[in-house]
Design a protein around this ligand. Structure first.
Ligand code: SF4
Length: 160
């Protein structure tokens, strides 16, 4: 392996519309990324134990009540609530007009690293396509290419 700077990626180049280098993101708490068709919220055992502790229950009980085995691994369950399948921890009632995460400080890496996932960053087209689902893309704080790579590095492998 050779060292040195990583090869340039599309987000290293200035945005054709704004001239900015990097990507903007600011969550509006719409909840779209935590809802929709049935999906996966994968977690490590350490993450699961942290969530269980937050909920004041043992890890085994957390696994039994809030998770299920899937083809991609153990996943937090979702529940149908009329607008699609919400993550079981999505809270639509505590903050009027907003959808907030009920385990925010202990949410798994999959959730913490959105939207800087590998497949999202594969091309500008992928990023632009996702704007239809996530209104926070291209708004809010400007993340530098280095910051984006750091977050992507913590996002694990491919995501659903
Ligand atoms: S879809 Fe985007 S704006 Fe909406 S809650 Fe998720 S991250 Fe925030």
């Amino acid at each position: 392996m050779s060292g040195g700077a990583p090869a340039a990626e599309w987000f290293d180049r200035a945005d054709p519309d704004t001239g900015e280098v990097g990507l903007r993101f600011g969550c509006t708490m719409c909840g779209n990324c935590c809802s929709g068709p049935p999906g996966y919220v994968l977690f490590t055992e350490a993450e699961g134990r942290a969530i269980a502790g937050r909920l004041g229950m043992g890890y085994e009980r957390f696994l039994a009540e809030f998770t299920e085995e899937t083809s991609r691994g153990r996943s937090i369950i979702d529940v149908e609530r009329g607008r699609g399948f919400d993550c079981v921890f999505l809270d639509r009632s505590s903050v009027p007009g907003k959808a907030v995460c009920g385990i925010y400080e202990d949410r798994p890496a999959q959730c913490r690293t959105w939207p800087f996932w590998r497949e999202m960053l594969r091309s500008r087209d992928n990023w632009v396509r996702a704007k239809g689902m996530c209104p926070g893309l291209d708004h809010g704080r400007l993340y530098t290419p280095v910051e984006i790579r750091v977050v992507r590095g913590g996002s694990g492998g491919e995501r659903p």
